[in-house]
Design a protein around this ligand. Structure first.
Ligand SMILES: O=C(O)CCC(=O)C(=O)O
Length: 281
């Protein structure tokens, strides 16, 4: 076990868990130094990420910059998001036999960049069987409330999954989906916790935990790398094929190929063989 029983109980109760000093200063600096290149389309491995939502000179400069599956393009990102310790902690918190990467996010929120709408990650998991995830959110800078850090609704991991999808990127009111859902559920009081941590700290959140982030009103950028994980036993849903990750579904099969969804930790010691050369230093 890398997490103790008190940490596991706090995660179960609150829906998130802060782990201090999870990543070394060296790993954090190495990953942060890759952001500029990634968003300019200079990919170390030669492979494109799956989603590249912000480009210099093209995309609205006020938006939060996001790349999905930067691990395919850059080994420094891969070393963080495919770390066996991430997988082990996720398996312990979710009581899984092991962990696969579902997707990663490389998030860059410069001063002034706008908000990310509140959501539950599991709302977007209908293409996976079982449709459940946990996330390891890794800070590469000091994060402060006014710098658009991630915010969690404490205990909302005990709420049902909202199936309706609201605006994700820069909605006018980033709490809109949360307010709507709480109203539907008849919940009129809840606590929103902004996460103030240091570079190297990590936060694990359950796929049902409501979260989002506000505008960056500070003068400092926020760099974050996120590992969204699922059970090592996960398969594609037989009928619900997602628009992006459905590309990796084989005809007539629900098997998930480990080249696209590697197993990053399993209790029996297995890790997908492709990870060795990808994450070596
Ligand atoms: O860092 C953010 O602003 C949002 C991250 C997020 O939505 C997630 O990690 O699931």
């Amino acid at each position: 076990m890398i997490l103790n029983s008190r940490q596991r109980a706090a995660f179960e109760e609150d829906g998130y868990l802060v782990v201090r000093n999870f990543n070394s200063r060296e790993r954090v600096n190495e990953a942060r130094s890759r952001f500029e290149k990634l968003f300019r389309g200079e990919f170390e491995t030669g492979l494109q990420p799956d989603e590249w939502n912000w480009r210099f000179g093209i995309t609205d400069a006020s938006l939060t910059r996001q790349i999905c599956n930067g691990w395919k393009s850059d080994r420094a990102i891969a070393r963080l998001v495919l770390d066996a310790r991430v997988g082990r902690a996720c398996a312990e918190l979710m009581d899984w036999p092991g962990t696969r990467i579902n997707q990663d996010n490389v998030i860059w929120k410069p001063p002034g960049a706008r908000q990310v709408g509140f959501h539950q990650d599991n709302t977007y998991q209908e293409w996976v069987d079982p449709p459940s995830m946990i996330t390891c959110w890794m800070a590469l800078d000091t994060t402060r409330r006014d710098a658009g850090t991630i915010e969690y609704v404490r205990h909302s991991n005990h709420w049902p999954v909202q199936t309706r999808k609201f605006t994700f990127h820069a909605p006018d009111d980033y709490h809109e989906a949360l307010k709507f859902t709480a109203g539907e559920l008849g919940i009129d009081a809840y606590a929103i916790d902004p996460i103030e941590v240091e570079a190297g700290d990590a936060v694990f959140h359950h796929g049902k935990t409501w979260h989002g982030s506000g505008q960056n009103h500070s003068g400092q950028p926020r760099h974050t790398v996120v590992s969204h994980c699922m059970s090592s036993d996960s398969r594609f849903h037989a009928d619900k094929v997602g628009p992006i990750y459905g590309r990796y579904k084989k005809y007539g099969s629900t098997e998930m190929d480990e080249s696209f969804f590697p197993v990053i930790f399993r209790k029996d010691g297995y890790r997908s063989p492709c990870l060795e050369s990808l994450t070596e230093t």
